[in-house]
Write a protein that binds this ligand. Structure first.
Ligand code: CAA
Length: 257
């Protein structure tokens, strides 16, 4: 971990907060290495069931760090495996993740939010892919994840124009699943994370694996994978406990196995 990312644990929820207030939380190596280290730690910590990624009230993150990228040449980014090297840990993270977005989520900031499983927004959140304005393209996943999230028409519109989307538009188009007043965003996100984290961790992980597959596979392949995962839940003690608790009209007590 480092100062550019703050780590906190509340119950079974791990929280990583991007912390570069002087640069609108622009995503440099320090931030991305910090996020990667935090995610590694939370993945290995069995008591963590859900992770929140957040920023400040002003900015979730205003994109990749332009000052750092400014003098890069092709050979630098190719040799260093730019983005792929330390941005994509979220892609392989196996527990549920929530991006809690207030303020700007621009370029790479929007892309990091889209790498999370859920995006909750404050009413002051603003999303855009402004890379066209600086002569490049959104290269941390938006050309692939944005059309899947909001459809072709809006994805093309946002990328070609770089225009800003409000929180309510983002909700309307399915980029985020909830919008809260700015002052309530963290409390509401934490409350939701706490509820998710109370469920069986292996069941959550199997569900995430199955949902994530839907983006990678044709329907019948995805359905076959889902069915295997369903069968796998029948090997869980937690599945027995959940069903027994329902029948016995008592709260379930999951042991995460
Ligand atoms: N990289 C580096 N520094 C950034 C930054 C970024 N992406 N965004 C903001 N900053 C810095 C500014 O340079 C400024 O620093 P100084 O005080 O030292 O001058 C500081 O943060 C505050 O920013 P502003 O003065 O610009 O604040 P504002 O309120 O007037 O505007 C903003 C805020 C609309 C977010 C504006 O800063 C902005 O447009 N930022 C750039 C957004 C952008 O183009 N992002 C895409 C980056 S490319 C990318 O992400 C590619 C990819 O896919 C990997």
């Amino acid at each position: 971990m480092n100062n550019a990312v703050l780590k906190e644990i509340q119950g079974r929820t791990g929280i990583l907060t991007i912390n570069r207030p002087d640069a609108m939380n622009a995503l440099n190596d320090e931030v991305m290495n910090g996020l990667t280290a935090g995610l590694d730690e939370f993945e290995n910590n069995e008591s963590i069931h859900c992770v929140i990624i957040s920023g400040s009230e002003k900015a979730f993150a205003a994109g990749a760090d332009i000052a750092a990228m400014r003098n890069y040449e092709y050979i630098d980014v190719y040799r260093d495996n730019f983005i792929s090297r330390n941005w994509e840990r979220l892609k392989t993270f196996r527990k549920p993740t929530i991006a809690a977005v207030a303020g700007y989520a621009l370029g790479g900031g929007c892309e990091v939010a889209m790498m999370c499983d859920m995006v909750f927004a404050a009413d002051n959140a603003k999303f855009s892919l402004p890379e066209i304005k600086i002569g490049t393209l959104p290269g941390a996943g938006a050309t692939q994840r944005l059309p899947r999230a909001v459809g072709k028409a809006l994805a093309m519109d946002l990328c070609f124009t770089g225009r800003m989307l409000s929180a309510s538009e983002a909700l309307q188009f399915g980029l985020v699943s909830r919008v809260y007043p700015k002052a309530d965003l963290m409390a509401e996100t934490l409350a939701q994370a706490r509820d998710i984290a109370a469920y069986s961790l292996p069941a959550l992980m199997m569900m995430k694996e199955s949902l994530s597959r839907s983006f990678e596979t044709p329907l019948n392949e995805g359905l076959a994978f889902e069915r295997k995962m369903l069968y796998a839940t029948f090997a869980l003690e937690d599945r027995k406990e959940g069903m027994n608790a329902f029948i016995e009209k008592r709260p379930a007590s999951f042991r995460n196995r």
